[in-house]
Structures are given as structure tokens and as C-alpha cells.
Design a protein around this ligand. Structure first.
Ligand code: ADP
Ligand code: MG
Length: 628
């Protein structure tokens, strides 16, 4: 059913300043019927465009009623208003408002895409409409390759795309030469003859003379209404049309198109941003790689042992040992022995007491000469080595000498010195040694004394637990000895370094987010007019928002892709040039960090895009269309 359009007491005023308003439409009441070609005349500034924007559903801020087939536009929901613009009105503007980066064909199809028309129907119908306006030969051209008249004909085809009941043309011939203007008018006339209501805003009396009816606006009212045909038919209200919605794929195509249009800028920004993301990926990979290096190359089983002692030769109780075993990161705790002030040594005419004789388990201080007591020898500190030496000998000469050990009672055991170690304890000036646990057992057995369990070898699950376990043990009041006690420190330095670098990376991410925000914001500003066009052909606020969010998402994906490539490249270069370490110093980490980097880029980008996208969605369509 064709349209019966009624305007009743339309009033519209603009706020010029806070206190001043300008009444543009004072009281417009008029009726239009299908098949009419109406010329809307009036001085410049008389409110013609204002009225057209109200009829087109772009401006809803007026008083009075616009009634289409008995339905009040004021009663429409936002969704129904979107449908109204999609399906029931087609708008044509003086400045054509084609979308510049789409072909002629796509410019017509976009209106159908907005209302979810089937893809295969779109092209056929678009081509037919281009034939109607005699522009089918230029379907593949871009708008900037067309003359004004040609552009306007494409705009007419677009306005007709969803077969609306009403065509609103705001000075469609205003920018055209005589011939083009005549052709456009001819087309509009035909459209009206086919039963649509066509309202043409014009200055030109000549254009007006071609119309079936002339309506003049002056001083905000209808000053003249010539040739108004009486409206006979009685229209019954009908159900609001439900137009389909644009498919997500089409929205994505729009977003991608926009990104492609500003590809140089987008690429530059993406490269700049990807540095931040790549830095984060590299920092995490490097930290994992160094940890691997420490674990695989620097750390052997010995490194994962901590030794603790009681001060006073007291044994560790079973409860204490159980308690220590239960500490987080502790895999086992084995009781061992250190004998204090019990064992005497003698070598030729030299003798004395050992401050400590420690069961050779766990780790050992570093050897200065010779080797650790792994094959049954005695491992002595420098103080003892010097005791064993003759005047012209040095500590090194102690290696190989055979020393007798005893506990006073019972038998003596003779042992060859396997090596001399560097004693870093605070008793380094006193004699101490390490011997296999079996030697201590034999000594205690022959002296008929119980061997103490005053030393505990605590094994840690992995190097990452070292410092934590060490701290726990110290908190419990034990003295931690053992050469690799400091390895935990290295690990915590690595952790600290990672944290600092990650913080730096985090800052670069914030900078990246700000860049995305700025780029999208600029993109919205640049495309304000286009946003107006999309809204005029029925795009909802949500559609506009989604277009920009997808654009942000795509940009984020590009950033992530570049970042992954960049960090992989750097990782390979670093790893190849440090191949001698035997470990990838920048861990590849099974792609986890790379995937996380990509996901982070997209997420960050979309989040940063929310504000510009919302801004774009909230733009006033009329204002947007005015933008040049
Ligand atoms: P016409 O299309 O008939 O030339 P318009 O409808 O564009 O006139 O404008 C009518 C009057 O309203 C003009 O005086 C114009 O300056 C004013 N006007 C239009 N849009 C706005 C606006 N957004 N804010 C303030 N004044 C406006
Ligand atoms: Mg105007």
C-alpha cells in the first residue's frame, strides 16, 4: 500500500544559544498522497531541509505529528525508526553523499545490506536500479570518477534500493548543470508516476513547474499549496514494517574497508603499537628462557638442596622433620650428621680437634685443591690443610696426605685427603672437614656412642622454590648452609627483573591503547558524514558502534600479528647468536605467549575503541550530514 503522509502542527525551533531560540517551523500542517511529485519551495533558510529531515526520520526533536498511514512517527521505538528509514523513505541530498570508497554498485547495495536483503538478490536489484537511472554502465566506477549528475543518479538508485514509499530529495538538482538537472527531474517524475510520493526541495521555479504540486514555505508555515489533489481514499493503519538487519559479515566488511582506506596510517600505528606488545612477549619469553637456562645449565640436583643445622648438636625431632617436609616446595628432608668437637685428627706428630666433621651429603664448598670426598677421602678446610703442612709446604701439598681420625675411645680410621675447600664460615680459622657418612658411623660405633641427627638435607622441588623455602626455614629458626643457598637469590633477581620489565611493557600497552583511541577517534571525525549517510539509510546506532568496534578489533589483530612476527624474529636472532649457551635464552614457550600477545592486542584495541565507537553511535545524523 502506498503512503498517505500527513503532517499536523509541526513546530521546530533550534537553540542558537543558551537563552536564544530560533523558531524555524511555526505550524506546518499538510497532507501528501502517493503518486504526487511535490515541489517544496521556500527562501533559503525557510526550513525546507529541517522539514525534510523530520520526514526522513533523521530529526525526531519537534512538536506536532508526522502520521504515515495512520501511524504516528512519535510512537515509534528507536528500532522502528531505524526500520522506517531503511524501508519506507529514501533520501537524496544536494551533495549526493555517496560513500567515497565504495563502487557505484556497492553504494546501491549498501542500502540493501543495511536491511539484510539476500546477497544474491542485492546485485541483481542494484543493477536493475542503475539501469533505471541510466548508470548501469558505471557500476564498477568509484564516485570520484563520476560527474555531479551521474552521482545524483546513483544516489537516486540508492534511495530506491529498499523500494520505499516515499522519496525525499533535498535540492537534488541544486549543484547540477541544466541537462543533468533535467534528467534527474525526469527520473523523479517517473518514480512518482509509479505510485511513490516524491517530495523535492528546490529553489528553482523551473523545477517546480515540472511537479504535480507546489508547496511553499514562508515564515514557518505553508504559505501556498497549489494543485493539491484531494485525498479520497481512506487509509487504514497497518502494522509497522519490520525490516531485516545488516549481517555481521557485512558490518565486518565495512570495518575492514574503512581500515583499508586509511591503511598507511593504520599500518604505521600498528607497527608502533606492536613494539609494546612484542616487548611484553619478549620479556616473558626471555624470563622463561633465563629460568630454563638456570634450571638446565646452572642447576644440577645438588643445587636444589639446602642444608640446615641445629646450633647445639641437638637432633631434629621427627615432628620437626615432618613439619619441614610439609613446607611448600620441599620434596624431601633427610637427616644427616655433623659432629662438633668430637673428632680428633692426627698426622705424624701433629694432632688436634676438628670443630666439625660433616657427613659428606648434599653440597660441598668449592674445592681449592684436589676434589670433593665423593670417593671416600677427607675434604678439609684451609685451616686444617695448613696444620698438616711442613714449613716449606703450601696448603696444596696437604692433598694426598693420610690423616688418622678418632673419637678418643675406640679405633682410629685413616683417610687420605681428597681435597681442600674454601671455608666461608665464620669459623674458617678453625679446623673442619667432610667425610663420607659411613666414616662417621664407624667412628661413633667404635666409640659406642649414638650418632646425632643434627643436620638436615632438604631437597627442593625446583629452583623457583629455592628462595621461598630458604626463607621459610630461616623463619623457623634454622641456619641454612650449603654453597647454593645463594642460587635462590639469583632466581629472585630474575623474578624482580621480570617484574620491572613487565611493568615497563605494561606502560607501553597503555600507550598503545591511547594510540588506538586516538586513531579511531580521528577515524570517526573523518567519517562523520559517512556515519550520517549510514544512519539516513537505516543504520542503527548499534550498527555504527559495531562497525568501529570491529575496526578496532581488526587493528588489534594486525598489531598482534606484527608483534608476534617481530618477537619471533627477535627471539630467533637472539637464540641463534647465543646458541653456545645450549638453551634457548628466549623461550618459545609453546606459542602460549604469542597467542596471549595476540589476544591481548585485540582485547586492548577493542576496549580502547569503545569510547570512539560510542561517540560515533551517538552522533546526530542531521548534524553529521551537514558536515563537509
Ligand atoms: P533551508 O533548507 O530551507 O535553506 P534549513 O532548514 O536548513 O533551511 O534551516 C532553517 C533555519 O534553521 C536556518 O536559519 C538555519 O540557520 C537554521 N538551522 C538549521 N539547522 C540548525 C541547527 N542545527 N542549529 C541551529 N540552527 C539551525
Ligand atoms: Mg536546505
Amino acid at each position: 500500500m502506498a503512503a498517505y503522509l500527513q503532517l499536523a502542527n509541526i513546530k521546530k525551533e533550534y537553540n542558537i544559544s543558551r537563552t536564544e531560540t530560533q523558531k524555524v517551523l511555526r505550524d506546518i500542517s499538510v497532507e501528501f498522497k502517493p503518486g504526487e511529485l511535490v515541489a517544496l519551495l521556500g527562501e533559503s533558510g525557510s526550513g525546507k531541509s529541517t522539514l525534510i529531515n523530520i520526514l526522513g526520520g533523521l530529526d525526531t526533536n519537534y512538536t506536532g505529528s508526522v502520521i504515515l498511514n495512520g501511524e504516528f512517527l512519535k510512537d515509534y521505538t528507536e528500532r522502528q525508526m531505524d526500520d522506517y528509514r531503511k524501508k519506507r523513505v529514501g533520501m537524496i541530498f544536494q551533495s549526493y553523499n555517496l560513500i567515497s570508497n565504495m563502487t557505484v554498485l556497492d553504494n546501491v547495495k549498501i542500502a540493501m545490506k543495511m536491511s539484510g536483503v539476500d546477497e544474491n538478490i542485492q546485485t541483481e536489484r542494484a543493477v536493475n536500479l542503475l539501469k533505471v537511472v541510466k548508470m548501469d554502465h558505471a557500476a564498477a566506477k568509484m564516485p570520484n570518477q563520476l560527474s555531479g549528475g551521474q552521482k545524483q543518479r546513483v544516489a537516486i538508485a540508492r534511495a530506491l534500493a529498499n523500494n520505499p514509499e516515499i522519496i525525499l530529495a533535498d535540492e537534488p538538482t541544486g549543484a547540477l548543470d541544466k541537462e543533468s538537472a533535467e534528467l534527474v527531474m525526469l527520473i523523479l517524475k517517473k518514480i512518482a508516476e509509479n505510485g511513490k510520493l516524491v517530495i523535492v526541495v528546490t529553489h528553482s521555479e523551473k523545477v517546480a513547474s515540472q511537479c504535480s504540486r507546489v508547496v511553499r514555505i514562508a515564515d514557518g508555515i505553508i504559505a501556498h499549496d497549489e494543485k493539491a489533489a484531494p485525498i479520497k481514499s481512506k487509509y487504514r493503519p497497518r502494522r509497522p514494517v519490520r525490516a531485516g538487519s545488516i549481517r555481521t559479515g557485512n558490518i565486518m566488511a565495512l570495518s575492514w574497508n574503512n581500515l583499508w582506506r586509511s591503511r598507511r596510517r593504520s599500518l604505521l600505528v600498528a607497527i608502533a603499537m606492536s613494539i609494546g606488545i612484542a616487548a611484553v612477549i619478549l620479556i616473558l619469553s626471555l624470563s622463561a628462557g633465563i629460568t630454563n637456562y638456570v634450571n638446565e645449565v646452572l642447576i644440577d640436583d645438588d643445587s636444589l638442596r639446602l642444608e640446615i643445622e641445629t646450633e647445639d648438636e641437638e637432633d631434629f625431632s621427627n615432628a620437626e622433620i615432618r613439619n619441614i617436609k610439609n613446607l611448600d616446595g620441599v620434596s624431601s628432608a633427610e637427616a644427616s650428621t655433623v659432629s662438633r668437637n668430637n673428632v680428633f685428627y692426627s698426622y705424624e706428630s701433629i694432632d688436634g680437634t676438628l670443630l666439625t666433621l660433616t657427613a659428606a651429603e648434599g653440597t660441598f664448598p668449592e674445592a681449592l685443591y684436589g676434589s670433593t670426598p665423593s670417593e671416600g677421602g677427607l675434604y678439609i678446610n684451609e685451616a686444617l690443610a695448613e696444620e698438616l703442612c711442613l714449613e716449606d709446604e703450601s696448603a696444596e701439598d696437604a692433598v694426598g696426605k693420610t690423616v688418622l681420625l678418632s673419637m678418643g675411645e675406640g679405633e682410629s680410621i685413616s683417610l687420605a685427603v681428597s681435597g681442600v675447600y674454601e671455608d666461608s664460615s665464620s669459623y674458617s680459622q678453625l679446623c673442619s672437614a667432610y667425610a663420607e657418612k659411613s666414616i662417621l658411623e664407624a667412628l661413633y660405633a667404635s666409640a659406642e656412642r649414638d650418632m646425632p641427627n643434627n643436620r638436615l638435607i632438604v631437597s627442593v622441588e625446583s629452583s623457583s622454590y629455592l628462595s621461598a623455602v630458604r626463607e621459610d626455614l630461616e623463619t623457623l629458626g634454622y641456619t641454612v648452609t650449603g654453597e647454593n643457598a645463594s642460587l635462590g637469590d639469583i632466581m629472585s633477581y630474575i623474578d624482580l627483573g621480570t617484574m620491572v620489565l613487565t611493568a615497563v611493557g605494561g606502560i607501553s600497552l597503555v600507550v598503545s591503547a591511547i594510540m588506538i583511541f586516538i586513531v579511531l577517534y580521528i577515524s570517526v571525525i573523518e567519517r562523520t558524514k559517512e556515519i550520517g549517510v549510514l544512519r539516513a539509510i537505516g543504520g542503527s546506532k548499534g550498527n555504527i558502534k559495531t562497525v568501529f568496534l570491529f575496526e578496532a578489533g581488526f587493528l588489534g589483530a594486525i598489531v598482534g600479528g606484527i608483534a608476534v612476527a617481530l618477537s619471533l624474529l627477535i627471539a630467533v636472532i637472539v637464540n641463534v647468536s647465543t646458541a653456545s649457551l645450549g638453551v634457548n635464552i628466549v623461550a618459545y614457550s609453546y606459542g602460549l605467549y604469542y597467542f596471549a600477545g595476540l589476544a591481548l592486542s585485540i582485547l586492548l584495541s577493542v576496549c580502547a575503541g569503545i569510547a570512539p565507537a560510542s561517540y560515533a553511535a551517538a552522533l546526530d545524523p542531521v548534524e553529521s550530514l551537514r558536515r563537509e
